[in-house]
Structure formats: structure tokens, C-alpha cells
Design a protein around this ligand. Structure first.
Ligand SMILES: NC(=O)c1ccc[n+]([C@@H]2O[C@H](COP(=O)([O-])OP(=O)(O)OC[C@H]3O[C@@H](n4cnc5c(N)ncnc54)[C@H](O)[C@@H]3O)[C@@H](O)[C@H]2O)c1
Length: 441
């Protein structure tokens, strides 16, 4: 049995942090999110400055009072490029690290408040654990962890060190996703019964390079896993709509995968049928389909489809006793409110009234950043948590619960879709934890 630590909560966190002379509790979190926080500089070290890392570095540098004292990547040119970016933003040249385990040295720096990682997946938990153990906030790209051991390590390290670690799941900050959350809280959909969601995104081009080499995603995503290898963009929004780990929880899932043809077909078409990548045995199923049951009886269909030629579609459908929203269509139907029975309405009809407060306040700035503006809002939430020394809106319990779906779906697929129980990373505290207020999430 797992040893249980004292619970991690906001009061403990502030007490411990203050006692350690690290921080004093400043403005409340709600105040921070509404933009009135004290502008104390927030100092963040970046680990992994490839495509995503440099994109998020630009987002960080666009924010007031965010400083980047250190950067780390195993590729020297990427470190130098990041240093130039920081200097071009008017900040001193950050210290650069290039060793494969130098993230540990970075985490130990005294002039840092937080560490953000955008490395390949296998490094997310090690970097976050090093950060928290050094008294830093952690911020990670997804998935946060790989397998049960890492998931528990993430949770237990946060509990022991009292340091928060945020999964920077930017898709929970999409405008339509946040607007639906707002409407759920206003009771517009009634009692929820079902959601449908999916990471349906053709990612073959980042799996095999344009010159025919397998990239890290091939090793971490398609060669060794038959389940849902990238669940958090899809499940994150639904988990927030359904109050997972805050009054509700995922109970179990069942999962099934189709055969694996897409990547071989892609490789044969691009590089010829005799190319090694056209003959490989990929474990990933082209389409993985899972069903999740929540404690309060909501069902969720979750897709993972990243090896097929297709336009992006994350579905984001929510159904309740009073109505339905479809992200695919960006349309809504609310019984007794929509003007015509059984007829969709444009979601934008409801924008004035139900646009999320974060979007109302920061939408104009956010829209300049990637992923429909969600990159800015997500990173901003991370920065404000650090600035206010408060909890993070997507904490280790969420990070572990959303990320563990990869391991669970594989277990289910390999066992004729057997039902797999979700671990309760909160150890029962989900029952008392209250949903975060709109404005905080
Ligand atoms: N949130 C989103 O919308 C989104 C979008 C794209 C990628 N991502 C995530 O961002 C992460 C990075 O993806 P990417 O597309 O930028 O990949 P990438 O390959 O472009 O970047 C990864 C970087 O990590 C570096 N790295 C590898 N080992 C390292 C080590 N030991 N120490 C320091 N640096 C190391 C690599 O050199 C590379 O620069 C992944 O977790 C991915 O899932 C998220």
C-alpha cells in the first residue's frame, strides 16, 4: 500500500512557504487572475527549447515582469538561440545549460521561482521532481508522467515538498472550452449526462521527419504503445466541465484500438515501399476509442486518432438534461431557449453573455499567441500562481489523472477491453475538494 502524506492544501502551502522564509502570501488568487496582482517579477527557467519551448519562451517574454534567468537544452544552438531571444527582449543573457541532466543544476539555481519543461515526454516527471525538490514551482507540457510510478512520484513529491506543479494544458483555455465551462456552471446544460472528446490530429509529420527518420514521438508514441498516447488535450476540458477531482472522479475506463496501418501507408507514399519506416511494426492503433464512467454517472467517449489523414477535430461535445454543445460544429441547442425546436444555433449567439471572464479581460492580447490564444492564457495562469504563491489551477492530481489514461488504455486494449479502475490520486480528498471558481479556472 502507498504511504500517505499529510494532505496538500492551500493553508499548509502558505504556512510552510512562509515558515521557510521563502514567500509571504500576497494578493489572493482571484485577484491575481483578474489582473490586479502585485507585479513582483517571476523568474522562470526553461528546459527543452525546441519547437514548443521556444514558442512558450516568446509568450513568457511578452509578459510584464517575467524574467528568464536560465535556459537548458542538449542542443547548444538551441540554448544560444534562446539566450539571444531573451536578450532581444531587453533582459540579461540567461545562464545556459547543455548537459542531458543539467536540468537538475538549473533547478537548484537560487535566482529562480519556477521551472518550465517542454522536453520529450520521458523527461517531464524527472524535471518536475527536480524542480519541486529544489523549492521551485513546476510547469510541464503534456503528458505530465508516464505510468503509475511516475504519476505517484509527481503527486507525492508535490505533497512532500508543498510545491505546486501545473500541467500547462493549454486546450482547457480555448475560448469555446472556457465558455462552455462558464455555461455549465450557470446551469445552462442542466445535469450533465455525456461528453465526447478526442485528440483527432494528424501528427504523422512530427513522427517521421521529412527525410525519413523516426523522431522522438515515434519512440514515445507509436512504437511501444497501443493505447491513447496523448489524452490530455481532449480529456482536460471535459474533466473541468465535470468537476473531476473536485466532487466527482473518473471511476474506470474501457478501451479498444483499431489496426495500425496509417503510418506505414504514409511512409510508403512518401519514401517508397522499401523504406525501413514503411515496413516497421508500429504498435499504435490508428484509432483508439475509450469509454470512461465518472462517479456521478456521466459517460465520456474519448478518441485518439493521430495517424490518419484528417483535419483537426477535438469534438468537445457536452450533453445535459437541458441542452447540448458541439465543438465540431461550434453550435448549441438549449431546450426552451433556442428559438427553434431540434435546431442548432450558432454558439457565438451566446458570446456576449457567457464569454469566460479571462477571455473577456485578456482576449485581445491572448489572440496574438498560438493555439487560438490558449497558450497565452495558460502560461499567464502559471505565472500568476507563482507570483501569488498560490495553488495552480491544474495541479498534480489533475496532471496525474489525465496523463495516466495512456497506461490504462493500453492495459485495457491488451486485455480485450477489460475495465481498468482509475487510481484515486487525491486519496479520497476529491469528495471534499470544491470546484475552483470561474476566474481561477
Ligand atoms: N501544448 C501544446 O499545444 C503542445 C504543442 C506541441 C508540443 N507540445 C509538447 O511540448 C513538448 C516538446 O515538444 P516539441 O514539439 O517542442 O519537441 P521538440 O523536439 O521540438 O523539442 C524538444 C526539445 O527538448 C530538448 N531536449 C531533449 N532532451 C533534453 C534534455 N535531457 N535536457 C534538455 N533538453 C532536452 C531537445 O533538444 C529539443 O530541443 C512535448 O511534451 C510535446 O508534447 C505541446
Amino acid at each position: 500500500m502507498k504511504t500517505i502524506n499529510s494532505g496538500f492544501n492551500r493553508r499548509d502551502f502558505i504556512k510552510t512557504s512562509a515558515a521557510a522564509g521563502l514567500y509571504t502570501a500576497t494578493a489572493g488568487y482571484t485577484k491575481a487572475i483578474t489582473g490586479n496582482s502585485l507585479q513582483r517579477p517571476v523568474r522562470i527557467g526553461f528546459v527543452g527549447i525546441g519547437s514548443r519551448g521556444s514558442g512558450m519562451l516568446r509568450v513568457a517574454l511578452s509578459m510584464e515582469n517575467v524574467e528568464i534567468p536560465a535556459v537548458c537544452d542538449i542542443v547548444e544552438e538551441k540554448v544560444e538561440r534562446a539566450q539571444r531571444l531573451v536578450e532581444a527582449a531587453g533582459q540579461p543573457k540567461p545562464i545556459g545549460f547543455t548537459g542531458p541532466e543539467d536540468y537538475k543544476k538549473l533547478a537548484e539555481l537560487k535566482n529562480l521561482d519556477a521551472v518550465f519543461t517542454a522536453t520529450p515526454w520521458k523527461l517531464h516527471t524527472p524535471v518536475m521532481v527536480a524542480a519541486m525538490k529544489s523549492g521551485k514551482y513546476g510547469g510541464t507540457e503534456m503528458p505530465a508522467c508516464d505510468g503509475y510510478d511516475e504519476a505517484w512520484e509527481l503527486v507525492e513529491t508535490s505533497e512532500k515538498t508543498k510545491m505546486p506543479c501545473m500541467l500547462l494544458e493549454n486546450y482547457t483555455y480555448m475560448r469555446n472550452v472556457k465558455m462552455v465551462l462558464n455555461m455549465v456552471r450557470e446551469g445552462m446544460f442542466g445535469d450533465l449526462t455525456h461528453c465526447e472528446t478526442g485528440y483527432q490530429h494528424d501528427t504523422r509529420y512530427v513522427t517521421i521527419s521529412s527525410t525519413g527518420e523516426l523522431l522522438w514521438r515515434a519512440y514515445e508514441r507509436v512504437l511501444n504503445n497501443t493505447g491513447n498516447r496523448y489524452p490530455t488535450h481532449a480529456i482536460g476540458p471535459v474533466a473541468q466541465w465535470t468537476n473531476i477531482n473536485r466532487g466527482n472522479r473518473f471511476e474506470y475506463l474501457v478501451s479498444i484500438s483499431s489496426r495500425s496501418l496509417g503510418l506505414r501507408h504514409y511512409a510508403a507514399t512518401k519514401f517508397g515501399p522499401d523504406h525501413p519506416t514503411a515496413k516497421m511494426n508500429y504498435k499504435v492503433g490508428d484509432v483508439n476509442t475509450s469509454l470512461i464512467q465518472t462517479n456521478n454517472g456521466i459517460t465520456i467517449t474519448l478518441y485518439y486518432d493521430s495517424m490518419s489523414p484528417r483535419p483537426v477535430d477535438f469534438i468537445y461535445r457536452i450533453q445535459g438534461t437541458k441542452g447540448i454543445y458541439s465543438g465540431t460544429l461550434n453550435k448549441i441547442y438549449l431546450e426552451g431557449i433556442s428559438p427553434r425546436d431540434h435546431t442548432w444555433e450558432d454558439m457565438n449567439t451566446y458570446m456576449d453573455k457567457y464569454d469566460h471572464p479571462l477571455w473577456k479581460k485578456f482576449g485581445a492580447i491572448a489572440e496574438k499567441s498560438g493555439h487560438g490564444g490558449s497558450d497565452y492564457l495558460c502560461f499567464r495562469a502559471f505565472v500568476e500562481s507563482i507570483r501569488n504563491r498560490s495553488e495552480v489551477p491544474i495541479d498534480v492530481y489533475d496532471a496525474a489523472t489525465w496523463s495516466i489514461i495512456t497506461t490504462m488504455t493500453e492495459e485495457s486494449v491488451l486485455n480485450k477491453s477489460r475495465a481498468i479502475d482509475f487510481p484515486d490520486f487525491t486519496r479520497g480528498r476529491w469528495q471534499a475538494r470544491k470546484p475552483l471558481a470561474i476566474g481561477i479556472i
